[in-house]
Design a protein around this ligand. Structure first.
Ligand code: ZN
Length: 101
């Protein structure tokens, strides 16, 4: 996966297209990511105790990582990051400004 937890990403397709948010969680086995305030779904939560009212909660649902691009922290542009090898270490490189991140 090219996207990591804590990355700023931009949604490039589907719901919330064009929106930016921080990656809260990645699910590499499914190729999905969970991004703050993105792909919000409303769920109804049942009352857990008697006398308590059920409530609607909004949660950020996972979506396909291919629908998001990483926003480069150096130039602020959404980029399809690529990996390059520096020594034996893999680093991500911004295709727009060439900076590693
Ligand atoms: Zn850049």
């Amino acid at each position: 996966m090219r996207i990591k937890k804590g990355d700023l990403v931009k949604k490039i397709a589907g719901k919330d297209k064009g929106k930016q948010g921080k990656v809260l969680r990645t699910i590499p086995s499914e190729g999905k990511i969970v991004v703050q305030d993105m792909n919000i779904v409303k769920k109804h939560q049942k009352a857990r105790r008697q006398g308590e009212r059920g409530q609607r909660v909004e949660i950020a649902a996972p979506f396909d990582a291919s629908n998001a691009m990483v926003v480069c922290p150096s130039c602020g542009k959404a980029t399809r990051s690529s990996y390059k090898l520096v020594g034996d270490k893999k680093v991500r490189e911004c295709k727009k400004c060439g900076k590693e991140f």
